[in-house]
Design a protein around this ligand. Structure first.
Ligand SMILES: [Zn+2]
Length: 332
């Protein structure tokens, strides 16, 4: 499905089979000089077919096309290697370029998950069904690194990069100040909440995410072009809802930490999830993985605030309430 949103700016729907996200929105800016494609889809046949068909309908010549990828997740980055040509430029952020270049990060994530209580016998299955493993890019083209404030010009669109870490380490949006359009990747979505996961003690992605929401909230935006689902007109209302969601989540996580210390996996298994499963045991392994990552993100945020205490033992990390922390300072 193709929709012309603004002159020469198209939304191309790329199906994501078996995913609650349903489809990825790839945005195509057609221009007589260079075209620009924002985000691509998973590296799988259904996505490639939809993309090729859509680009053909729009008469897009890939040899005259550059790419901007909002973040490293497979549903945005995965198909890039199938579309890029020798003459394409690929614009991407620095933190995630470094992540690609660093070897062994899957193994580090696995070790981190195990330490946070993810059962050894479920780990490998969870990783095997992880979309990043199954549908990620086979190779990585040469990347032109862009930073906050850098510009990309495509036809009559003059985009500025807006660094919005949180949903991922280097997540970046594109803002067109004259047209007041924000290509938002997975920073702001409607109907679904962007997943915030933490897989390293060096990071505090929920804090980053909330700061990135504030940053975008202050911008003049008439239309948000999200990575999934419907376009968003009122970004401030949606941002308020997203902040509210995380505040409720933080309170829930606090309420789940009683007297006994708990691992992030144990906390995740007791949190409420919007999934069609009768119990935690029935959760697909990959969903348990995402849920645990999300629980860690909220626990880390509370730990950094001083509301809870982390205890690192040789094989396991647990969290408990910090009884010395005043209740009203625990969240927010
Ligand atoms: Zn996505």
């Amino acid at each position: 499905m193709i929709e012309e949103i603004k002159p020469s700016l198209f939304r191309l729907e790329v199906p994501l089979p078996n995913s609650p996200l349903k489809f990825l929105n790839s945005y195509v800016i057609r221009s007589s000089a260079r075209n620009l494609i924002i985000d691509t889809g998973l590296n799988r046949k259904e996505c490639l077919d939809a993309m090729q068909q859509g680009l053909k309908q729009l008469s897009i010549d890939l040899a005259k096309t550059d790419f901007f990828i909002t973040h490293l997740h497979a549903d945005h980055f995965g198909l890039l290697s199938k579309l890029v040509t020798d003459t394409s430029q690929v614009f991407f952020n620095r933190p995630e370029t470094e992540l690609i270049e660093a070897s062994g990060w899957w193994e580090r994530m696995i070790a981190y998950a195990a330490k946070n209580g993810f059962p050894e016998n479920e780990l490998r299955a969870a990783i095997q069904s992880h979309p990043g493993r199954e549908f990620g890019s086979e190779w990585v083209p040469e990347i032109s690194i862009l930073q906050d404030g850098d510009e990309i010009i495509a036809g009559s669109y003059r985009f500025k990069c807006v660094s919005t870490p949180g949903h991922s380490l280097g997540h970046t949006c594109l803002y067109e100040p004259n047209k007041k359009i924000l290509a938002a990747g997975d920073h702001i979505l409607i109907d679904i909440t962007p997943n915030i996961q933490c897989w390293s003690d060096e990071q505090n992605p929920l804090q980053d995410y909330l700061a990135s929401l504030d940053k975008v909230n202050d911008m003049e935006i008439d239309l948000v072009l999200p990575g999934h689902r419907r376009l968003i007109r009122d970004h401030k209302t949606r941002i308020a809802e997203l902040k509210d969601h995380h505040e409720r989540r933080l309170r829930e996580v606090l309420s789940l930490l009683g007297d006994d210390p708990r691992t992030a996996y144990q906390v995740a298994s007791r949190m409420t999830w919007d999934l069609d499963c009768a119990s935690w045991e029935e959760f697909p392994k990959a969903q348990k993985w995402f849920a645990t990552g999300e629980a860690i993100a909220h626990l880390r945020y509370l730990e950094r605030k001083g509301s809870i205490l982390r205890k690192d033992e040789e094989t396991t990390t647990t969290f408990a309430l910090n009884e010395l922390s005043p209740v009203d300072a625990k969240v927010g």
